[in-house]
Design a protein around this ligand. Structure first.
Ligand SMILES: NC(=O)c1ccc[n+]([C@@H]2O[C@H](COP(=O)([O-])OP(=O)(O)OC[C@H]3O[C@@H](n4cnc5c(N)ncnc54)[C@H](OP(=O)(O)O)[C@@H]3O)[C@@H](O)[C@H]2O)c1
Length: 300
């Protein structure tokens, strides 16, 4: 374990951690890890039963801390009023926040033209029907808008709402964005997902220059086990191998996220070697494109 300069400033049991998108998956594991080490944790998601479940799970862990150590808040991170209400709750209950984890996000799994209702021929050059209809194009726009809301607008609202609270109430303000490897390495069937994930990645990278007093961490995992694909904003077939058989373990991803925040890491690739995959795309794109086609069983 690397030495942690941050823990010298914010003791584990004094840390106030907001986890946006903690009702399942990676965010849930992160919330549990922080609760285990005695931090105050605010569990946020839209599904009430899941938020209550994770908050109860967190309460059963860690030391007996102050009252209101674990908070469960039902909220949509792309909804401005929800985030302002959440900020008021943190000000009232904890007098601020030290760490914001932006784990919420939505998947999208189909090729863009399939979302518009077109079936491509084997080499991708002909379509049935031959043109996208008005309704089909509109569907592509609507699905993109839903993905943009979940993967870009949410992180934007979170940043605008919580950066001033972080800087005014924490001795070591930190934000971690759970981005994706898909945001930096293009892949078939990830047109809408990847382009909306890279938008929030660039947003946070630029914000980290605008706000040097905040420690930003950008986290890029490859496929992770779990049910992320069930939340797809474009219903349809999943082409890749079952993430629960080959994906990264949620707990490993969560541990690496917490370590990265503790040690002020700016950019984290998981697995580490994927940092090279990202560079390789610029040097040898055809190789990376071949690997991406294989991974997603894409034949055109
Ligand atoms: N799974 C993967 O293979 C993978 C790979 C790379 C990166 N990622 C990224 O990892 C993050 C977490 O994914 P996961 O695998 O843990 O998926 P997950 O199990 O579906 O978790 C997503 C979480 O985000 C919450 N959420 C979604 N939209 C929200 C909104 N508008 N407001 C508040 N909460 C919202 C969900 O809660 P509610 O539904 O209760 O709101 C849920 O708690 C995502 O940002 C994803 O892009 C995933």
């Amino acid at each position: 374990m690397k030495s942690s300069r941050r823990i010298a400033k914010v003791a584990k049991i004094d840390e106030r951690v907001l986890v946006l998108g903690a009702s399942s998956g990676i965010g849930r594991s992160i919330a549990n890890l922080y609760a285990e080490r005695g931090a105050r944790v605010c569990v946020v998601g839209r599904r009430r039963d899941k938020v209550d479940e994770v908050a109860a799970e967190c309460r059963s862990k860690g030391t007996q801390g102050p009252a209101k150590r674990i908070l469960g808040v039902y909220a949509d991170f792309a909804h401005v009023e929800d985030m302002v209400r959440l900020r008021t709750t943190l000000e009232t209950e904890w007098q601020g926040v030290d760490t914001v984890i932006v784990a919420a996000g939505v998947s999208a799994l189909q090729p863009l033209l399939a979302v518009a209702g077109l079936e491509a021929s084997a080499n991708g050059s002909k379509f049935t029907p031959s043109q996208a209809t008005t309704k089909g194009i509109q569907n592509a726009v609507d699905v993109s808008a839903a993905a943009t809301r979940g993967n870009y607008v949410g992180p934007l609202v979170a940043a605008v709402t919580f950066i001033p609270l972080l800087t005014s109430t924490s001795v070591s303000p930190s934000i971690l964005l759970v981005s994706s490897l898909a945001a930096v390495i293009p892949a078939p069937t990830r047109t809408i997902y990847a382009s909306t994930k890279v938008a929030s990645l660039l947003l946070y990278q630029a914000l980290s220059i605008e706000h040097p007093s905040v420690n930003f961490t950008m986290f890029m995992p490859s496929t992770v086990e779990g049910d992320f694909r069930a939340s797809a904003v474009d219903a349809g077939p999943v082409r890749e191998a079952d993430p629960n058989k080959h994906g990264l373990k949620r707990e490993d991803v969560a541990r690496r996220c917490v370590e990265a925040v503790d040690t002020y890491e700016k950019t984290v690739f998981m697995p580490r070697v994927m940092r090279l995959g990202h560079l390789l795309y610029w040097l040898w794109p055809t190789f990376v494109e071949w690997r991406a086609r294989k991974k997603y069983n894409f034949t055109a």
